[in-house]
Each structure stands twice: as structure tokens, then as C-alpha cells.
Design a protein around this ligand. Structure first.
Ligand code: GLA
Length: 416
């Protein structure tokens, strides 16, 4: 049965710079493309209450859950150090906000730049790089001896417009132009951060949301696929990343090279075929990043476990690259609606804590193959899920609450 469900719709970056009053308009324009096919996804239960029907007009859910008390001196990263590193996606502002910075240095031992290292953020115009925020995050990581995950070399979103401007799909000269620009970008950023990065998301989200296709093409927003007319850019990105490391030291594999995607449970067979083909052509691929933007009710642990076992059997490492637990299980009928406001009640805090606990139990089970687990944000006051896929609602997907206090979920993952 084919079902349209909310599934995971990364719409990052929009909330970062767009003034608030434009959100509703932007979202309204984006709505049709926000609905993705998730064949095989379990029907989500409505989150409760009557859905509002106009995007962006939902009222905000309040938090009534009390903070949790963590054991004296507890640190999530220390608790997990024999299993894998535990990271968090950050902005420069996170690092200069004392209460947030304290959570980061106490509970995490790895960083990802939430947006600052994306190509479009770094290089808004040809021959121009703005390194300010990107360098500040790297410097913080160096000072605190935290390795970084590089995110991301190639992504169809938040890529600079100038890279593709006035280029026609399939035109050999256009292909050469994009190749030159992409290789130059990779050759610029890999050496700059090679001392602090231990792995890169080389390619992000190249697989189609439509299970009848393999690759995300121009109709799903990939200018890379559009220009090349094929998935060749995926192989080239891995090859050039590998070569950029080898240029530093012959045979170097100091930076591990990953493919990263969401809804990996639905895409895994296609991901493995794609990466096996890249390996057969001679480029190194070390592992698969499972983003883990999950809901309370989906995907189930069994399905996640099966998917991890497929990755391991195929000979790839796993990283959990963008973990958060969305409270909204909406869009049961496939129509895109602003969801009802969900109050973050003590009961919901417990349900979410159980979900986090079962996920971390799964991660521990596969710890030998999991290199890191990264939360997609520090505390609920700053999360992309407040803005996407529906603007103007509160989500509470992280381990620390709006007031940066530990949640039941933080206590639950420490309790084993
Ligand atoms: C995707 C990207 C991330 C982030 C999230 C949501 O998953 O990989 O960089 O933008 O969307 O914001």
C-alpha cells in the first residue's frame, strides 16, 4: 500500500536567515514539495486534538514537563565512551551562550556545524568564502579537543546558486564547470579542517524519496544530478575527497568518508547498491550516516535494527548523524496540514524518554560498528523542527528543554 506520510522533510536553513513574518509565505510556497512518499511507513497516529488546516497558523504547544535530575557529575559522552562518541550539531551562537556551551562541553565530545560548513553558507558568491562562523566552530572544537564531523561536501540543498547559474542540464561544458567548482571546493575545505575533522559527509541525500527510482534527480531538486544527467557526481565527490586526503599524506585515510541520508530504512538497498558501485569504480567509502530524524512511533526498533544489520553485512560503518525525536505524528491522511499544538506534558516526556532509551539500547547493541551518535541540536529552544515542515509550532525533540534543563530523555539514556 502506498501512503503519503509526513516522513522526514529536511527544510533546513530557512529559519536561519528568513525573518519570522516570511515563514508562513515560504512554507506555503514549499508545501507541495514537502510531502514525500514513504512507502512502507506505518500509519502514524494523529498527535491528538483537531488539526488546524492552514500551514503556519497552529498554536504553540506549551511545556509542562518538569526537568529531570541527572546523577551528580553525569556526562552523556563519558557514560558512552566505551561505545561511541556522542556529538551535537551547533551554531556559533550556541558556543557563545554560556548555559548552552556548558551543556556542550559537559555532555558531548564531538561537534558538527549545523549549517556553517555547508557550501552555500560558506561561499555565497563565486571566488568568495566567508569563513567566520565555520572557523569559529572549528576553533572551539580544537580548544576543547573535540573531533568534528564535516557536514557536508555535496548536498542538493544549501548549495550555492552561482555554481549552477546559466548552466544547462546535460551540456558537456556545464558538466565540466560543475566538476571544476566541486573539486576546488573539496580541495579547499578538506585541508583547512583536516586537523580537526575525523569524518566527512561527502554526499548528503542523493537517493530518491520515490522508491521506484534510485536517484534524486532534477525533479526532486538535485541540480547535481540534473547537470550531470547521472549519479556520476557521487563517485567523483568520494574520489576527490579521498584524493584531497591523499594529497596530505600518501595513502592517507585519516578522514573517514560517509554517505548520509534520512529515512535510511526505506532507502537502504538503493544506498548500498550506489555505494558498492562507487567502491567498484575505485573510490573509498567508509560508512553510511543514518540521520535519525525519527518520530515517536516510527521507524520501529526492529526495522532500524534490520537496516543496521544490512549496513554491517555490506561492510560499511554506521554513524547516527542527526538524531532528534519529533513529537508530531501528523499527516495521517497524506494532506499537509499544520498540526495541532502538542503540549509537552510529563506523560509525553516519559514517552519520548522511552523512545530515546530504546534507540540508545539499539546503538549500544551495534556499538562495534557505530562510530558516533550525534544529536541535531542541544536544547529545544533551537531546533529546525519548530519551523519545518510546519512553521509556528513548538517541537521538543532534544535531550534538554527550552530552558536548557535536562529532560527525562537525558536521564533515560544515562540509565543502563
Ligand atoms: C538535513 C541536513 C541537515 C539539516 C537537517 C535539518 O537532514 O542534512 O544539515 O539541515 O536536514 O535542518
Amino acid at each position: 500500500m502506498h501512503r503519503l506520510t509526513m516522513s522526514l522533510v529536511p527544510r533546513p536553513g530557512l529559519h536561519r536567515r528568513a525573518p519570522r513574518r516570511f515563514h508562513a509565505l515560504l512554507l506555503a510556497l514549499l508545501l507541495p514539495s514537502c510531502i514525500q512518499r514513504s512507502e512502507g511507513a506505518a500509519a502514524p497516529a494523529a498527535a491528538g486534538g483537531d488539526p488546524a488546516t492552514v500551514a503556519g497558523t497552529s498554536t504553540k504547544g506549551a511545556s509542562t514537563a518538569p526537568p529531570a535530575t541527572l546523577p551528580e557529575g553525569a556526562s552523556i559522552a563519558k557514560k558512552y565512551q566505551e561505545f561511541f562518541s556522542v556529538g551535537v550539531a551547533v551554531t556559533q551562537k550556541n558556543l557563545t551562550t554560556p548555559e548552552v556551551r556548558d551543556i556542550i562541553t559537559r555532555h558531548f565530545n564531538r561537534l558538527t556545524a549545523e549549517n556553517a560548513w555547508k557550501w552555500g553558507e560558506l561561499s555565497p558568491a563565486k571566488d568568495r568564502y566567508d569563513w567566520g562562523e565555520a572557523d569559529a566552530i572549528a576553533e572551539f572544537a580544537r580548544e576543547h579537543k573535540m573531533p568534528m564531523t564535516g557536514h557536508a561536501l555535496v548536498w542538493h540543498r544549501q548549495a550555492p546558486g552561482w555554481v549552477f547559474a546559466r548552466l544547462a542540464n546535460g551540456d558537456p561544458q556545464a558538466i565540466e564547470a560543475v566538476k571544476t567548482r566541486l573539486k576546488a571546493h573539496i580541495d579547499t575545505i578538506i585541508p583547512r579542517y583536516a586537523d580537526v575533522v575525523d569524518n566527512w559527509d561527502v554526499v548528503n541525500e542523493a537517493i530518491s524519496d520515490n522508491s521506484e527510482k534510485t536517484y534524486r534527480d532534477a525533479t526532486e531538486g538535485s541540480k547535481f544530478y540534473g547537470i550531470f544527467g547521472s549519479e556520476e557526481y557521487v563517485y567523483l565527490a568520494f574520489l576527490w575527497a579521498q584524493q584531497a586526503y591523499e594529497a596530505r599524506a600518501a595513502g592517507s585515510s585519516e578522514g573517514k568518508l560517509y554517505y548520509n541520508d534520512y529515512n535510511v530504512v526505506l532507502k537502504i538497498d538503493r544506498i548500498i547498491s550506489m555505494l558498492n558501485a562507487v567502491r567498484e569504480k575505485g573510490a573509498r567509502v567508509d560508512g553510511i550516516g543514518m540521520q535519525f530524524h525519527v518520530r515517536l512511533d516510527w521507524p520501529g526498533v526492529e526495522l532500524l535494527d534490520e537496516t543496521m544489520q544490512k549496513i554491517i553485512a555490506a561492510g560499511y560503518k554506521i554513524k547516527v548523524s542527526e538524531l532528534d525525536v519529533n513529537l508530531y505524528n501528523d499527516y495521517p491522511d497524506g494532506k499537509f496540514k499544520a498540526a495541532p499544538a502538542v503540549d509537552f506534558t510529563p506523560e509525553l516526556a516519559q514517552t519520548q524518554a522511552k523512545r530515546y532509551a530504546e534507540l540508545f539500547a539499539l546503538f549500544r547493541k551495534h556499538a562495534e560498528h557505530i562510530t558516533s551518535v550525534t544529536l541535531w541540536g542541544v536544547s529545544d529552544d533551537h531546533t529546525w523542527l519548530d519551523h519545518e515542515p510546519v512553521g509556528g509550532r513548538n517541537n521538543h525533540p532534544l535531550l534538554f528543554d527550552d530552558q536548557r534543563r535536562p529532560k527525562a530523555a537525558a536521564a533515560a539514556i544515562l540509565d543502563f
